[in-house]
Structures are given as C-alpha cells and as structure tokens.
Design a protein around this ligand. Structure first.
Ligand code: COA
Ligand code: NAP
Length: 266
C-alpha cells in the first residue's frame, strides 16, 4: 500500500538505495515529491535506480567500505540537491554460513559493509545534513536481537548498527537531528529473502507462518515507515529501533502456530 506523504523539495539520500528494500524507500520518497540521491557499488544498479526515480534524481557509485567514496558521493549529492533532509543507511551483505565454516574474511566482510559502512555514511554525512531538522534512518534486521544460526556475522553487524544509532541519537539530538532504525521482517521479492528463505511454495508458506499478519512485507511497507519517521508527525521520535514485520518479532516458533492451526481444524 502506498501512503501519501509530502516531502516536496526535501533532499533524501539513500546509501545502498539502488535495489530491493532501499530502492523501494527511495521510490516512496520520490512519489512524495522529494529530490533523490542514491549510491551503491555497481554502475548498472545506480543507472537503473536513477532512471526509476524520475527526472533530476542523482546517482553515485560508492562502496560504503571506502570512506573517501562515501564522502565524494555526499559532496556531489549536496552540490546537486542541497543539504540532506533525510539520510538512509541501508547497504548490507549477507550469506548463510555457520561459524565453523566461515573464514575470518567472511565474517569481516559483513561487518565492514553493514557496520563500518554505516559508520562511514554517518561520519561523513554530518557536514551535509540539514541542521536542525534532518532525519537519519538505519536499516537493521531481526538478527540484531534474535540469535539465528548461520547468521553470526549479520547478527553481530546489525546489533552494532542498532547501538551506533542509539548513541548517535544522543550525540546529534542537541543539533536537532533525529536518528532511528527500521528492522524489516521478511520482505517479498528481495535479495535478502532469496538468500535466506527456502524458495518455492513451501518456503513461502513457512515464512508466512512466522508472521501473525499472515503475509510477507513489501518494500512499500518499509518505505511508508521511513517516511513516517522522517515527517513532522514523528518530530519527537529519536533513538528508536522499530520492527516492521507484521508482528513476527513476537513469534517464538512457527511450529506452535502451525500446530494450533491444525488443532483448530480438527
Ligand atoms: N559462505 C561462506 N563464506 C562466504 C560466502 C558463503 N556463502 N560468500 C562469501 N564468503 C566469503 C568469501 O569466501 C570471502 O572469504 P575468503 O576471502 O576467506 O575466501 C569473503 O566472504 C568475502 O567474499 P567476497 O566475494 O570477496 O566479497 P565481496 O566484497 O565481493 O561481496 C558479499 C560481499 C560476499 C557480502 C556479497 O554477497 C555481496 O556483495 N552482497 C550484497 C548483496 C546482499 O548480500 N544482499 C542481501 C542483503 S540482506
Ligand atoms: P539488496 O537488494 O541486496 O540491497 C542491498 C543494497 O546495498 C544494494 O543496492 C547494493 O547495491 C548495496 N550494497 C551492497 N554492498 C554495498 C557496499 N559495499 N557499498 C555500497 N552499497 C552496497 O538487499 P535487500 O534484501 O533489499 O536488503 C536491503 C536492506 O534491508 C539491508 O540492510 C538488509 O540487511 C535489510 N533487511 C532485509 C530483509 C529482507 O527481507 N530482504 C529483512 C531484514 C532486513 P550494489 O550491489 O550496487 O552495491
């Protein structure tokens, strides 16, 4: 569902904003009248995203692991659209690997993208943010609080992202900059779900069974929350980590729900 917000004339910059959920966030803000900047590693992704965001959108190739490329993207974005009103840090990497089969570099690469990359984004963004008034949003994941096997690297990285955001809300609050975190649940049709969920109808049914609302999320669900957190209605919200997951954070196990549903039908 596409909820209408008004971000006319505001500058929104999304790191990792060229595919999937983060592109959905960028597209949501664009529909609400914002001026968009997006950045990621691959020129093809940047070009396709810019084309989908409408006239005037700005795209930069940047790897969040490389703070010089992040700084250059931010400076070029401000030169194009002015100070940044909304900054989204959503670049991430993920794969399934158990600790015993993970190299040090495999663990490190996810920490480098998700956590150190997020640090680079906010560290370099400070001079480019509109102060007071900017909204900063990190994209985290349930792995930050729920331990998941084969996800030690992601859990460690996203837990760090959550705490980075909470600290930043303390440090940047006095300047009138709000900092919040969105923790999406399973979002249909995304790279994350392709990598982490069983594929096919059985996989879809399993994922739906984990969600009290009975469906996977959509990028629009996350885009709507990002816009709510950045609009005046959320002017007193900072330092929060908000799951947007159809209630899945409270589901201990799909097994119990499936058993209860089975019992009701007998
Ligand atoms: N299992 C175990 N180790 C793995 C792995 C897997 N499935 N995939 C990668 N690795 C290891 C590599 O072997 C390498 O370790 P090594 O040097 O000891 O061999 C290390 O991780 C880095 O891999 P590399 O391919 O060089 O990294 P990259 O920088 O090119 O790519 C990734 C980063 C691996 C995170 C890549 O999957 C990516 O670019 N992901 C972005 C998209 C994404 O993950 N989206 C979902 C978001 S939820
Ligand atoms: P995705 O499509 O793979 O999005 C990742 C984006 O980050 C891409 O645009 C990618 O573009 C960019 N990126 C990757 N590494 C980068 C780097 N080093 N520097 C700059 N950009 C980089 O994945 P997604 O599934 O939509 O996930 C988006 C976000 O939501 C992630 O933060 C993820 O952890 C979170 N999340 C997803 C789900 C889900 O159900 N999918 C659930 C919970 C949380 P390039 O390849 O061009 O760099």
């Amino acid at each position: 569902m596409n909820v209408q917000f008004d971000f006319a004339g505001r500058h929104v910059m999304v790191f990792g904003g060229t595919t999937g959920i983060n592109l959905g966030i960028a597209q949501g803000f664009a529909r609400s009248g914002a001026k968009l900047s997006v950045a990621s590693r691959k020129q093809d992704n940047v070009d396709a995203a810019v084309a989908s965001l409408g006239a005037g959108a700005f795209g930069a190739v940047a790897d969040v692991r490389d703070e010089a490329s992040v700084a250059a993207a931010l400076a070029a974005a401000e030169a194009r659209h002015g100070p940044i009103d909304v900054l989204v840090s959503g670049a991430a990497g993920n794969f399934l690997a158990e600790v015993n089969s993970m190299s040090s570099n495999a663990f490190k690469v996810v920490l480098d993208i998700d956590l150190l990359g997020s640090f680079h984004v906010v560290r370099k963004a400070w001079p480019h943010l509109r102060k007071p008034g900017a909204s900063v949003i990190f994209i985290s994941a349930p792995q930050a609080v729920v331990p998941m096997a084969w996800q030690a690297h992601v859990g460690a990285a996203k837990a760090g992202v959550d705490q980075l955001a909470r600290v930043l809300a303390l440090e940047w609050g006095p300047a009138g900059v709000r900092v919040n975190v969105i923790s999406p649940g399973p979002i249909a049709g995304t790279e994350g779900m392709r990598r982490l969920a069983p594929q096919g109808p059985d996989g879809d049914a399993l994922v739906r069974a984990m969600v009290p609302l009975g469906r996977m999320g959509t990028p629009d669900d996350i885009a709507n929350l990002a816009q709510f957190l950045s609009c005046d209605a959320a002017a007193y919200m900072s330092g929060t980590v908000i799951p947007c997951d159809g209630g899945a954070q409270n589901m201990l196990t799909p097994m119990i729900t499936a058993a209860a549903q089975q019992a009701q039908t007998h």
